[in-house]
Structures are given as structure tokens and as C-alpha cells.
Write a protein that binds this ligand. Sequence first.
Ligand SMILES: Nc1ncnc2c1ncn2[C@@H]1O[C@H](COP(=O)(O)OP(=O)(O)O[C@H]2O[C@H](CO)[C@@H](O)[C@H](O)[C@H]2O)[C@@H](O)[C@H]1O
Length: 797
Amino acid sequence: MASMGYFAAGIDGSILLHSANHHRSVAPVIAYRPRKLSMFCGCSGGRRRWTAQPVKATGEATEGVDGGDKSDDALQATIEKSKKVLALQKDLLQQISERKKLVSSIKNSIIDPEGSEQTSLESNVSKLDAHETEGNDINSIIDPEGREPPSLESNVSKLDARESEDATELGKDLSANGTIFDASPQPKPKATTSTNVQPKEVTSVPLKSSVTAAPKTSSNNDLYKELKSSTEARISGPKTSMEEESNKKLKDTAVKIAIPSDILSSTEDEQREDLKESSPEPATVEVQGPTEEDVKPPPLAGANVMNVILVAAECAPWVKTGGLGDVAGALPKALARRGHRVMVVVPRYGNYAEAQDSGVRKRYKIDGQDMEVTYFQAYIDGVDFVFIDSPNFRHMGNNIYGGNRVDILKRMALFCRSAVEVPWHVPCGGVCYGDGNLVFIANDWHTALLPVYLKAYYRDHGLMKYTRSILVIHNIAHQGRGPLEDFSYVDLPPHYLDYFKMYDPVGGDHFNIFAAGLKAADRIVTVSHGYAWELKTSEGGWGLHGIINENDWKLRGIVNGIDVKEWSPELDVHLQSDGYVNYSLDTLKPGKPQCKAALQKELGLPVREDVPLIGFIGRLDQQKGVDLIAEAVPWMMGQDVQLVMLGTGRHDLEELLRRFEGQYNDRVRGWVGFSVKMAHRITAGADILLMPSRFEPCGLNQLYAMRYGTIPVVHAVGGLRDTVQPFNPFEETGLGWTFGRAEVNELIHALGNCLLTYRQYKKSWEGLQRRGMMQDLSWDHAAQNYEEVLVAAKYQW
Ligand SMILES: Nc1ncnc2c1ncn2[C@@H]1O[C@H](COP(=O)(O)OP(=O)(O)O[C@H]2O[C@H](CO)[C@@H](O)[C@H](O)[C@H]2O)[C@@H](O)[C@H]1O
């Protein structure tokens, strides 16, 4: 039944050569065909098996279509052959005139509105115009009945019963003339969706405006590439609505085009074998063009796409003691959304369900002792998570910074030693990251050894030449300090001692891990602009301001974002039970008061809508200004407010919380503990969030609060100053209240104004809430800024 193939190809030839003469409107179809033919013939460097006799023939045809004189002759010859077939099948061919209308409409919508001649579709159309006088009409391929979906394949099927002899004859004829088709009979393929389809069938799928999807099968690879290159010229610009419309139509229509078996297979036996292998069912070759789902936009990062490995001691949701965990859980996802290949490396403190043993084991010597680590991994939200397992980390989840100084130091040394080699050892998705185009993002002192190891073990020796490191300062107050003897635990060449050696008037010479990391890192980031400035002062730099000033050129402040999947009142999973509800800007009015009532109820406080509910969430230490709140509590209790405090930390401050609750049981709740659920519920149910931090590198709770319509009252320091624009009652602008000095009177003054507005200026209050909720606080903007730092590091030598 090779005849069917020939015949179908004969139709194709007619289509190619004649249809456009009178009917430019069929451009998408007629342009599409010759490109495929040329590709099948190996004319454009496709796979070799497509060569042999068809190569020449089709090559000629293609050339003709492309405009060469010589090719025109060849095409002319093809036309003549095709005419014979057409004559035999006139009745059928007329049936398909309806196709014309359909294809015309497609063409009208797909054609470049600016009429650019560079598009392959159009140029093919115009070249085909040259053959107008051949007298074949587009009607020859157009289905007058407009069957849905219109399909040449079906036409071919109908012909199947009738024309085998004629077509065989034609095939022989064509073959003898060295034109497109092989006369050798082909085995009849099994029936596919259409009856007795002889030719291999190519489903002409929508010509997508931006083609990036991979072809479905390897045998379609070349076809895909050809298709892609033939359409790329016109698709480089942004998609117009017209293009989208036409794509949709094309997709819906899925024009099926018959391709002769002979073209799909080669005339050489081995090539047939080859084809058989890849296509055991001979009937159908489906050219899976890019579909809507397949088409991926180019990465937001463009040419800056890099491999990024963020290394942190904690990472939400697995392990979190504070804001670092939040950042490690969210920033990588935002970077991945920009198109970077991103990994997070974190110790494996517990049995995390998602993480699988990668089977990779390594040994590292720490303080003369061999320590084995195992790498576990997971792939979540576009990010590779690698968990480093070792007896040193296991079961430390609730006490990750616990133990004595040397224990922590050894843990972090082991973690950094094993993390820096992850890109070599751990195949994520089957492929290791490798050390080219790679940047590590280390965080705080716990991982500040990583930039040092990268330099001392590798880059100093010409290894990992294209790997860079960035160190992020989330909190300079914790530095990994110890006596100089601690240097022996980090296993570094003696001259590296200078990196760690610090002097301060209190401790004298000492060993300082953060200092070494800041010197060794290629770039330094901190989590707000305000804090970047403060770090350079003697008050804000905590002894490291000298080093930070020296390295000012590589320091940048980038304000944290928030994970809006975790922290949005619309989606918050912790607001879906116990009387809490999800709410949005539109449902703020019923939603937030309902959450407030639920919180009051849950905590056993009087359920009163009119009483201002003030919240505090945070580590209980000097940084967070809990002592200032404590000083202000007597004043607050005279204001008819409710106060809810959630935190863990210093025992004396935990005691304070308990004491206040006991003392003011009808108005105060002090929840000592770490509860993510309560943190979300307080953020939603409170009217006001108090953050009197003495210093605050960025602060996330005020960002979460604003997202939930809860008004922050903050000490204007570090990131709090960057993110909470003070309320201006005259212009009705701003997001909350700030106070300039960490003193109780200032706190009381700011909170007093806040309470006044809450009680007496409801409209202003609502404006504050709405402005806060409407901000884009997502990580996307921050990720873009991080990307700039990644690129700066990459090109830094
Ligand atoms: N008892 C408790 N129960 C439940 N959740 C609790 C909790 N105590 C705190 N949290 C949560 O921990 C996070 C604290 O983040 P912060 O940014 O406010 O402070 P932290 O000082 O830890 O982070 C440091 O790093 C971050 C990230 O860069 C900087 O924003 C910040 O200024 C810097 O001090 C929030 O998600 C909060 O809800």
C-alpha cells in the first residue's frame, strides 16, 4: 500500500505548489508542509536516516519552494505528477474545498500583523505565489464539508480504497524520475484513528508563537527542530492577541496532514530498520507541536541564569527558630521562579518524610576525627533540598544551636565542609550541579566557614575556579566567637588564622568565624538598607564594623520578602478551623474581626470587638525589646487593651510573660513556646503588632502583620525603619507607627497615638490596613536584587 503514501504525497505536492497561488489565506498550512518535507529529507542537517532517495527529491522540492530556479523546475515536475493524481481524484478533492475557509481564517489570524517578510510562513506563501499559474487550486486540499476536525488524513483514507493502483503507478513514476517518492511498496500499517490510513500521518499541530517545548519522541526531534527554526523568525516578538487566537484555533483544529510512508522511511534497509525501531507502529508519527502547557517562557533571569546553593543551619518548614529559617525556605523558591537552578543545603536534624537517601556517603576529618555524612534529598517547588545527615545533627531539631561552644563549632565545621562539596557529589535530578557558574549563599556565622573552605581548600588550588560565595548577614550579634585555640577545630592552613583573629577591648585577641567569612566571601548581603548602614557603625557592627567598612564595596542591603503562600490571610491554613477564617482585602471587615474573636476565645480572653488587641511574637531576648514592653505594661493595662505575647528564649523573659498573665489574667496572655500556628493566628487576630526591637536587621513579623491588616508599632531601626512608613494623619499615608529611640516613653507615645486612631478614626485605621495589605511584599523583587549580587559575584575575580 505504498501507493497511498505516494498518493498522499501527491496531494501534498499539489498543496505545496499550487494552493497559495490563488489562496494566500492558507499560508499556515502550505508554509508548514514544505518545511516538514525538507526536514524529512535531511536537507537541514536532520538525522541521517532521512536521507537517501527522498533526500534529493524533497530537497529539490524544498529548494523550489524556497525560490531557486533549479528547484522551481523540480517543483514543476512534481506538480505535473501531482496533477495526475488530482485528476483521478477530482471528486474527492472538491469535497475538501470547505477546508479553504477554515485554513483561510487560520491564516488570517496567524499572519504577522505587521506583514513581516521574514516569517517563514509568509515567505513560503509568497514563494508559492510564483507557482500560481500551475492551475492547481487550493480547493484541491480543502474539505468542502468542513468535517471536524478537518483532516487531510481522512481524505487520504477515503482515497485508500480507490487509488491504490493509480497511486502505485504514480509512485513508480515519481520514483523513476527521481522525485520525491519511493515506489517500493510499503507494508500496510495498522489502522489508526482513521480507517485504513496508509500514509504515515503527521498531525499538524498549532504553530505556536513561542516554541520552546521539547518534541515528544526522539524521532520527532529533527522535525521539531526544523519546525522550530522555520517558525522562530516570526515568533521572536511578544505574542499578540491575534497570534494567541490563531494558536488556539490551530490547536482546536489540529490539522492532520498525510505524509507518505516513503518519506518517513528511507529507501535503505538499514534506515527502515532504524525507523522500525523508533516507530514500531508504522502508521502514525505524531508531531507533537508545542502546546500551551509545553511552552515555557524564557527565564526571568535571562542570560543570568546560574546554579545557586543556599546553605543554612535552618530552613522552614523543617526546622526554624526564627527569621533565618523563613528566608532559607522562601528565597530559593523565588530564585528558582526566575529560572535559576537552586538548591538548599541544610543539616538533617530529623527524619523528614520528603527527603530520600541519595546513597552518597562521604567522610570528613573534623578535629582529627573521621565523620561520615550521608546526603538526603528532595525536590520541592522547583528547588533541590539536600539534607546532610550525621550523628552530630540527628535529634538536634529542637536545639540546633545547643551544646557547648566547641560542639556547635564542630557541627558547623562538618556542615560547611560537606556542604561545599555537594555540587560534586549529590546528583539532583540525576545531574550534579558541578562547580561552574555556581554561587553559594551562606547565612550568618553558622555557615560563614563555607566561603573560607571554598577559598582555602579549592580556589587557592585552582579548583572551583568559577564558584563564588555570598555571605548574608541576618544578625551580626551572633558571630561564632571563641578563644584563638578554636582555630584548631576548623582544619585550615595556619596562615588562615589571620582571617579569624580579632581583637576587642573586652575579650582581647579572639577567634571569630563571622569575621573570617566576611573577608573570604566574594559578596556580602544584609537584609535591609538600614541595617547595611548600621553595620558600619560601632554601635551596629558589634565589633565587626571595621571589617564591614573595609569590605563596604562588596556589601549590599536587600530587604527580605515574605513567603506569600505561607503568609497570606487568604490562604493561611491555620485560619481554617477553631472559628478562624481566611480573609482578603475584600473580606477584611467580616474576616479579621472573626479571627480576633476566635483568638480571644482560644486564649480565654473576653471576646470583645471594641477592645484593641495588641500582639507580640518573637525570640525573647535583648534584641526584641521585650523589656521595653514589660516597662510599658502597667500603662497599657490602664488603657483597656488586651495583650498577647508569644515567644521563647531567655528564661527571665519567659518568666516575665508568665507573671504578666497571672497578674492581668483578664487582659494578658503570655504564651511561652514556639508555635507556628499561634504565630499565624496572633498575626491575623491582633489589631496591632508591637515590635520595639533594639535592633532589627529586617524583621519579618511586621511584614506578615501588614499583609494581614494588623498595624505595626515599631522602633524605627534597621529593616523596621525601611518597611514601616510612619502614618501621616494629614495626608492619610503610611503603614504604622514608629518611634525613634528604644525607650519606654517613646513606645508609649507611639502606641498611644495608635490606640487613639483605632478608637476614634476608623476610616484612617481602615486606610492603614488596606495600604498594608495591598503592598507587594513577595520575595520576587528581593530575588531580582539577589540575582544582581549573584551576577556581580560571578564576574568578580
Ligand atoms: N515563639 C515563636 N513561635 C512561633 N514563631 C515564632 C516564634 N518566635 C519567632 N517566631 C517566628 O520566627 C520568625 C522571626 O523572624 P524575625 O525576622 O522577626 O526575627 P529573627 O530575629 O529570628 O531573624 C533574623 O533574621 C531575619 C531574617 O533575615 C531578620 O528579618 C531579622 O531581623 C533577624 O533578626 C517569624 O517567622 C516569627 O513568626
